[in-house]
Design a binder for this molecule. Structure first.
Ligand code: KG4
Ligand code: ZN
Length: 336
């Protein structure tokens, strides 16, 4: 039996190293959100594009079947298909794109090609549909660091971006340097819990500059030099301090620029989204710095890559649905 709660949207995400498919009823009734994270990249300390594509090919059908089973629906119950078409790894995007088009053809259903970064912002609507606008969104993931003025949903203006590494990328690279494994963010946060954030005075890149851009590659190099200047035993003994001090530097810059952006845009709320939004130090510092406005973030499973945010964004843009063959995938594409 078809569940109540409105039209059923399938959300397909394969832009990086997570294969995820969700089933959304109406606008916020999440019936299933299956995420299969690829462990194969751990040995390399970063995502290997070709291995990611191959793993998506292996995973996409079982993930689809699990999502339908968890939601208790049949393929023909699906009314709309959303799929990430940009930005991301081209080969990885192609797998989800081809799967979505095959499904659309077989079921005779429309597809909405979804921009991954819009989806990270929109993920907040799944749990907090009444989030107040205008908002400033800080998108911090493994591939992107972006400050966006959300004037209304579907009406965005980019305020700032990273000039080199993304915030999550910095966490991943520093973790690799310290032998903490991949993905680096959660490992650094765990290690930082036992360290002193004021122990080492790492640089705060671009803090205090006029613009709202970021840069994290110099900070990563500062950590590299700090450890390189010491013998391995000392570096290891002080690893918790290094993690806590590095995390404090990233958080301070992210919070400062977001707070300034919120002031400039007269924002009613700040939305923190993307994988790095799982970081508790970042969340707490953001709330402490902006006590007068709503600072919101999705649950951890909706911060990292997931099909639910793709399904929700497809609903937001249902009027822009196309037929199978009606879209391409793009490794990079401006925010719509
Ligand atoms: O949004 P996401 O799943 O994928 C991309 O679109 O890139 O973000 C993944 C990134 C990784 O760089 C990971 O290290 C980071 O999010 N991350 C964290 C935490 N959890 C995940 N960074 C800092 N603290 C965390 N707790
Ligand atoms: Zn992402």
């Amino acid at each position: 039996m078809k569940p109540v709660g409105g039209a059923l949207t399938l959300g397909i995400e394969t832009s990086c190293d997570d294969t995820s498919i969700a089933v959304l009823a109406g606008e916020s009734d999440l019936l299933a959100n299956v995420v299969s994270s690829q462990l194969v990249h751990g040995a390399y300390g970063g995502v290997v594009p070709e291995l990611a594509s191959r793993a998506h090919v292996t995973n996409v059908l079982p993930v689809f079947e699990r999502a339908l089973a968890e939601a208790g629906v049949a393929p023909e119950d699906i009314d709309l298909i959303g799929v990430t078409h940009a930005p991301g790894l081209a080969g990885a995007l192609l797998v989800g794109g081809a799967f979505a088009q095959g499904l659309a053809l077989a079921l005779d259903r429309p597809i909405v090609p979804v921009h991954h970064l819009e989806a990270h912002m929109v993920s907040i609507l799944l749990e907090k549909p009444a989030v107040r606008l205008p908002a400033v969104a800080l998108i911090v993931s493994g591939g992107h660091t972006l400050l966006v003025h959300v004037r209304a949903w579907r009406d965005y203006r980019i305020l700032g971006r990273t000039r080199d590494d993304a915030a999550g990328e910095a966490f991943d690279k520093v973790a690799k340097l310290l032998g903490l494994g991949f993905p680096g963010g959660p490992a650094i946060e765990r290690e930082a819990a036992n360290g002193n954030p004021r122990a080492i005075d790492f640089p705060r890149p671009m803090l205090g500059t006029e613009d709202l851009d970021f840069s994290f590659s110099g900070l990563k190099t500062a950590v590299l030099h700090w450890t390189g200047d010491r013998d391995p035993a000392e570096s290891l003994a002080r690893r918790a301090d290094v993690c806590a001090s590095f995390q404090a530097a990233v958080v301070e810059v992210l919070v400062d620029k977001t707070a300034r952006a919120a002031g400039e845009c007269d924002a009613a709320s700040v939305i923190v989204a993307g994988g790095v939004a799982c970081n508790r130090a970042l969340r707490e510092a953001m709330r402490a710095r902006l006590p007068e406005i709503d600072v919101v973030w999705p649950s951890p499973v909706l911060c990292t890559d997931n099909g639910a945010m793709i399904a929700r964004t497809a609903r937001l843009r249902a009027d822009q649905a196309v037929g199978p063959g009606g879209f391409d995938v793009h490794a990079s594409l401006p925010l719509p």
